[in-house]
Ligand binder design. Structure first.
Ligand code: PMP
Length: 354
């Protein structure tokens, strides 16, 4: 049969999301979703929009962009919003990297190489160090623009803001763009957002899916100097002028304005994370020092696949990657205390059996 696909479509290698099986009830700790529901104010804000669904949403998501700007002490013109940070990333690749050279760590968010392939990006990978930290020299030593998840996934490790600033400075002198994907930054120690005033080459991408517990609505954003935001808007308006629907924009605005709720849930998750890391370490696991809402862990004697299977039999889903350097690790989203008790007990049983 004739192959109707374009050459771009023929070249794709689609990203594989965490599975969503429905054969039984699972504790879902495989997609780094939030352990808690979103702010009640987000739900109220959505209800108020229900009566206006026959009308298109605001073309510029002005209310949400203002709320994001206020939260970070920047201007609304420095904010771009989209349908999940995945879409913001995709538009960023199309806007800034298509047909150009881009460097990224070899072990990072595995959507980056998918976009690179789709948009004809010359994608170069800089190996992480032995301890999974980012090798800044290797990353910056080549040519082209740079993308980096900070904290990184699936390793959960964070580079200091001092290092990010040095990278921004050096890349700026060389006329190279730096995208920092801060999907997990709310669980870490800092943000690169204050850099955007001084550095026209820095774009920071964030999401409402993790700390704000709105993964089901798909909202992400990018912040940077106006020229970068205008460039993104130009591409977006050539594809889909309304990437955010009324419900999503209203919920995200209410969620980011409810700072007390955000602080409370983020702090709970960080406490549960650190307690769980200690308990898994006591069971003999090596757990990387996480600055995210997930743990990246391995056991010296029990293969990750054995643990994965044992947890699955206990009704717990965690994430496993088949890359040779990652295959003996599990990425475990931090759930509630009760859920993490179940994880610790499951790991304990699996180790006992092995
Ligand atoms: N960046 C990183 C590093 C991620 O782990 C994720 C979530 N899988 C995303 C971006 C995308 O998040 P979303 O599309 O839900 O905003």
């Amino acid at each position: 049969m004739k192959d109707f696909r374009s050459s771009a479509a023929r070249g794709v290698t689609p990203y594989v999301c965490g599975e969503q099986p429905d054969d039984r009830e699972y504790i879902k700790l495989n997609a780094n979703e939030n352990a808690y529901p979103p702010s009640p104010r987000a739900l109220e804000a959505m209800r108020a929009q229900m009566e206006k669904l026959q009308y298109y949403p605001d073309l510029t998501s002005a209310g949400l962009r203002r709320a994001i700007a206020d939260a970070h002490g920047i201007r609304p013109e420095q904010v771009y919003v989209g349908n999940g940070s995945d879409e913001v990333l995709a538009f960023s690749f199309l806007t800034f990297f298509a047909g150009k050279t881009l460097c990224a760590p070899d072990l990072t968010y595995s959507f980056y190489p998918c976009y690179a392939k789709l948009f004809g990006v010359d994608y170069r990978e800089a190996p992480l160090r032995e301890d999974f930290s980012v090798d800044v020299e290797a990353l910056l030593g080549g040519e082209g623009d740079v993308i980096l998840a900070n904290p990184n996934a699936p390793t959960s490790l964070e580079l200091s803001q001092g290092t990010i600033r040095e990278m921004a400075e050096r890349l700026n002198r060389q006329g190279r763009l730096l995208i920092v994907d801060e999907a997990y930054a709310a669980f870490g120690t800092g943000t690169a957002i204050p850099l955007i005033d001084a550095y026209p080459n820095v774009l920071v991408i964030r999401t409402f899916s993790k700390a704000h517990a709105l993964a089901g609505l798909r909202i992400g954003y990018a912040v940077g100097q106006e020229a970068l935001i205008e460039a993104l808007n130009g591409v977006k308006d050539s594809i889909n002028s309304y990437p955010l629907d009324r419900l999503a924009a209203a919920a995200a605005q209410a969620a980011i304005e409810d700072t007390a709720y955000l602080e409370q849930t983020v702090s709970l998750i960080c406490q549960t994370r650190d307690r769980t890391a200690q308990r898994l370490a006591k069971l003999g696991m090596t757990v990387l020092p996480s600055r995210t809402n997930f743990l990246f862990a391995t056991h010296p004697d029990v293969p990750a696949r054995t643990l994965l299977q044992a947890l699955r039999e206990d009704g717990i889903l965690v994430r496993h990657f088949s890359h040779p350097r990652l295959e003996n690790y599990l990425r475990i989203t931090v759930g509630t205390d009760e859920q993490m008790d179940r994880v610790v007990r499951g790991v304990e049983r699996a180790i006992g059996r092995a």
